[in-house]
Design a protein around this ligand. Structure first.
Ligand SMILES: C[S@@+](CC[C@H](N)C(=O)[O-])C[C@H]1O[C@@H](n2cnc3c(N)ncnc32)[C@H](O)[C@@H]1O
Length: 206
């Protein structure tokens, strides 16, 4: 689901970029370790700040990203114009990812799955496109915040069939992803690293 005007502005804001760069990403790095090479995908990449972080902080060789909103993809392409040889952006839907199976070493979700009506399909798609041993790093907004009256008034999210921590964790399990690290903030936000079993190269200890 596309962002409303308020959330679009909040996401395209230097404060959002600083929070993502200096807090969210560092926490996920601590939980799941660096990539040290390989190919990553960011789902719902917004204006491309996360893609740059995955290159610079996580050490991916190549990062792909897509977003449902063509305006966001255009902003991301402009931001990453000088890094075209290591990045690729497209317009797409997390519930149906335009990718072959088992091609990514890591997938990143900076708060987008709660925007997807068919969110379980998005989790299953992430599992499908990860290589065995690949890592799914993410932070997500949980049901108690999505359905809070103030949040509902200010923002536009799907409100039916939203996930709490237990729902999200069981969707990982159903998709065949093993939870490696999990943290929650006030039953409102979840931080996680999940792994597709079968690889030899486990995550570096956090
Ligand atoms: C809260 S913003 C986060 C943007 C960016 N990841 C960040 O952290 O700044 C959610 C993003 O998900 C995108 N989005 C919403 N539904 C989507 C879907 N089904 N597939 C892909 N992207 C989606 C929105 O257009 C928006 O850019």
């Amino acid at each position: 689901m596309l962002l409303n005007r308020l959330e679009y502005r909040l996401m395209n804001n230097p404060l959002r970029a600083a929070f993502q760069r200096y807090f969210e990403s560092r926490r996920l790095l601590q939980m799941g370790g660096p990539m040290n090479g390989g190919v990553a995908l960011e789902i719902g990449c917004g204006r491309g700040v996360g893609v740059a972080i995955i290159l610079d902080l996580f050490g991916a060789d190549t990062v792909h990203g897509f977003d449902l909103d063509p305006r966001m993809v255009a902003l991301a392409q402009a931001r990453l114009a000088k890094r075209q040889e290591r990045t690729r952006m497209w317009v797409g839907d997390a519930a149906q990812i335009a990718s072959p199976n088992a091609v990514y070493d890591a997938v990143f979700d900076f708060g987008i799955i709660h925007h997807v009506p068919r969110w379980r399909d998005a989790v299953a798609e992430v599992a499908r496109i990860l290589k065995p041993g690949g890592r799914f790093y993410g932070e997500e907004v949980l049901k108690s915040l999505v359905v809070h009256p103030v949040v509902r008034r200010l923002f536009k999210h799907p409100t039916e069939d939203r996930f709490d921590a237990a729902n999200l964790r069981s969707a990982f399990e159903n998709a065949g992803l093993a939870l490696h690290r999990w943290k929650e903030t006030c039953n409102c936000v979840a931080w996680f690293v999940a792994i597709k079993p079968g690889g030899q190269d486990g995550p570096r200890p956090s």
